[in-house]
Design a protein around this ligand. Sequence first.
Ligand code: NAD
Ligand code: UDP
Length: 358
Amino acid sequence: MRAPRILVTGGAGFIGSHTCVALIAAGYLPVVLDTLVNSDARSLQRVACITGVEPVLVCGDVRDAVALDRVFAAYDVAAVVHLAGLKAVGESMADPVSYYDVNLAGTLALVQAMDRTGVRTLVFSSSATVYGDSQPSPIVESAPYAAVNPYGRTKAMVESMLADLARADARWSIACLRYFNPIGAHESGLLGERPHGPPNNLMPYIAQVAAGQREWLVVHGADYDTVDGTGVRDYVHVMDVARRPGILMANLGTGRGASVLEVVSAFERASGRRIALRIGPRRPGDAPAYWADARGAWQAFGWRARRDLDQMCADSWRWQAANPHGFDDPAPAHASGLPRFQDNTSTSINSKPGHSHA
Ligand code: NAD
Ligand code: UDP
């Protein structure tokens, strides 16, 4: 019997490529829909190095109804994992309309296409930013929406739309997974985070400083009311969030917060390198501190984070050190030793020119 196909939007990206590894390990065949606006098709070749299976890549935009219809017509998709989107808080403050367009209108186009096709099982990549900073940590799933930036508001609006949809039509099964701060890399060192341009997020920036590619890290504010004045987040290993989940709304975090300086120290231990840093002003739209109450996901479907901050840093550093130029560095042809299976040839089925947010 053929493995069930799962459409992974944004599947060439950081979380998406690791999710493909986890889906293949769990017996599914991912089909990736991605514009590659913030990713590289070669991430899927690295997925093949690890798993022996190269997911099919469809180059297309999640806002493009015609492209979506063509994907659903071409592949017998059982469910959708929706990761395509824009995710930089600062960029969302400067260019909110692109965030509403890609994150909100993109999800709307996706669920309309799913409804037309009769595929009504969806896992949506939400974010801890939906909570904002008005809640005491650890934050439980029942906390009200209080996002403090457009990025978080797009995620909260999508969640509300999906909740309305699930209430209106019992045929839908929807999980909104509120990722806290996924970092780290696949333990093989073959797959990791490689954003286009200077990283917005903390971990890839630290990794590039450790590798000598950037001179210093700018710490965005050291005057918050936190353990050392720097922002506190709940960092969770990307291979933990990629594990196959159940169906509902859930926080995916470790339940522990770490400050920017604590992450820097952990990375210095893991890499044996000193991370130069300078204290800068606060980043607009940043919340001071939050971390997850992660008990809901454990009680509902037995999920909990397995890997700690030291392992996240060790895996990030292994990826960075082995691939200083990201996916431009050659991958071993058969790293896994598995026979290689390509689900299909990569294809582009855009009905209109792709958009770029850059
Ligand atoms: P990423 O940028 O690596 O991946 C997003 C992918 O979506 C990229 O491959 C990009 O090319 C693609 N994409 C962007 N716009 C698209 C469009 N219009 N159509 C099709 N593809 C498009 O980011 P990531 O860290 O892997 O995040 C994946 C998802 O998880 C995002 O929705 C993000 O908001 C969410 N999330 C991420 C974090 C985090 O810290 N990384 C935290 C919480 C939630
Ligand atoms: N941060 C920082 N310097 C950077 C990038 C991030 O000090 O170059 C801080 C940021 O202010 C926040 C934490 O690191 O306190 C995590 O930021 P990131 O962008 O990785 O995730 P987010 O907070 O947006 O979820």
